[in-house]
Design a protein around this ligand. Sequence first.
Ligand code: NMX
Ligand code: MLT
Length: 574
Amino acid sequence: MLSATARRNAKEIYGRGGSFLLAHLNSAAVGVDVSGSSSSSASSSVGRLSTFAHLRRTNYFDEKDEDVGNNNNNAPSSSSSSSSSSSSLFEGGGARRSPSRRSRNHNRDDNAQRRFFSTSASRGDSESALKSRIESQIPDEIARLKQLKAKHGNEKVGEVTVNMVMGGMRGIVGMLYETSLLDANDGIRFRGLTIPELQEKLPGKRDREPIPEALLFLLLTNKVPTEEEVEALRVDLMGRAEKFAKECANDASKKNVFDVLRALPEETHPMTQLSAACLAMQNDSQFSKMYASGTMKKTEYWKYIYEDALDLIAKLPVVAAFIYKRSCVKEAARKSSEVPTVDASLDLAANFSQMMGFPSNECKELMRLYLTIHADHEGGNVSAHATHLVGSALSDPYLSFSAGLNGLAGPLHGLANQEVLKWLKEAQETLKGDYSAETVKTFVENTLKSGRVVPGYGHAVLRRTDPRYECQREFALKHLPDDEMFQLVSRLYEIVPDVLKATGKVQNPWPNVDAHSGVLLQHFGIKEENFYTVMFGVSRSIGCLSQLILSRAHGYAIERPKSVTSEWLEEKFQ
Ligand code: NMX
Ligand code: MLT
């Protein structure tokens, strides 16, 4: 039998589908004892994996699960046939696929499922299921890109004006980035899916929010995963996290990342700590070791980048929770410089919330939403582009993502979430509960007069309210409608856009993701705003590192755009 905690967690992770899964988990857990594992978390992990074979035998996939009912890529029943091994594996998944493509993709899913279930249950198998799916997609994808180049290589995708060159390259199409695409008016689409579509289609949700593992699978494969695929990835990531935390906590003979962090002054900004931690862990890079050995073929690069990337995605929440408890919380009772304990029976977001000291279901649910929506915002934003750029020099994921984090730490980018909460607190102090339109307007105007930007408003690409703001507002309306700071945030939404429009220069007066994240976090007790960008960073690793794997898999070139001097421009137009 599974422990009460494991039963509760299964329900929490899989929501309405959880009860059904649970019945099978219980029976599968019997097999765990036979394997001789005595660790409770390890046994529940292995138990979940052995469950998959069991589920297939019991024809679980013929059952209609309400949660994934709209998912065209639902796992097929064990009896469905496979027929499409010769067609392109890369066609499936996104929201805007034709029905015929969908059904071909469905068959391919069947193949992948079969490969998955034909293996015996262990963590290694779950790793190879996703990895072999990615591997099987690579040849077709490379062929597609080659054909694109051969057919259209010399065609123009746009014009470059002097304004663009002098204005932060705004609007210049200059890189390939497959995992997401931003439209100025529609907002972000992750592999073709909007945020409401993610909430509807991705499995693993307890109430409404998808779990980040499901998004990671989608970004890497361009396919909406089944519950079982998400579970396999969850087990893999949590296994990596648990191993990392245990090794660091127990092996005193080896200096590790936590020793490096303990050596930093407590007041070092949490983002500096997170970035330093990435560098401190670089010694673990399998890619770098293989490259140095001189034995790795170019076609194998992605395999080691994949291992490093998944390790890093798993390790970051543990490191971040450590930074939070050591350096951010003020109360002595909550402070700790111990390596956090990973509960491998939870999902990544729930475990992160718990490690930080917030075990409530509502906070875990918020963390799932938070880590999902901050993960990716196409390739041109500073953190994604910095990761991509550095990675293109074949720097490993630790080096590359550390660069991305350094960009995210800037106040015009990710640090804006910290700035927003500071600004909201300043507004609360100044306005003393008077949130009338007139006083709030004056407060915003005074912010501009003092030479500051209004944090959380504006965007380089978006020309509407950020859909990530909208879904967080929905969360607030559901979970904290009476929160005083939420009332202020709502009032600002009514006032700020007109004040920014009145400046006559702001291209987008609407709120972005950062205008809303802090108010949710502070409601659940995560009040230390200097930590907020670290949470953004934990999430952003999912998008940046997914693309890094694909970039190496598809053989992208080293980035080296042309720069010119201002004299060069002047001479050109004389
Ligand atoms: N408050 C005051 N002024 C603004 C704002 C704002 N929220 N947004 C833009 N402007 C100004 C901007 O500084 C520029 O002024 P100037 O010509 O004097 O240099 C002018 O309006 C035109 O800027 P835009 O073309 O509208 O915006 P741009 O693409 O240059 O910058 C941001 C985009 C996001 C950097 C900018 O809107 C901003 O600084 N927002 C506040 C900070 C923020 O919320 N950043 C988070 C973005 C999301 N994220 O997580 O990364
Ligand atoms: C992001 O999430 O990266 C921000 O919205 C900034 C951007 O897209 O430029």
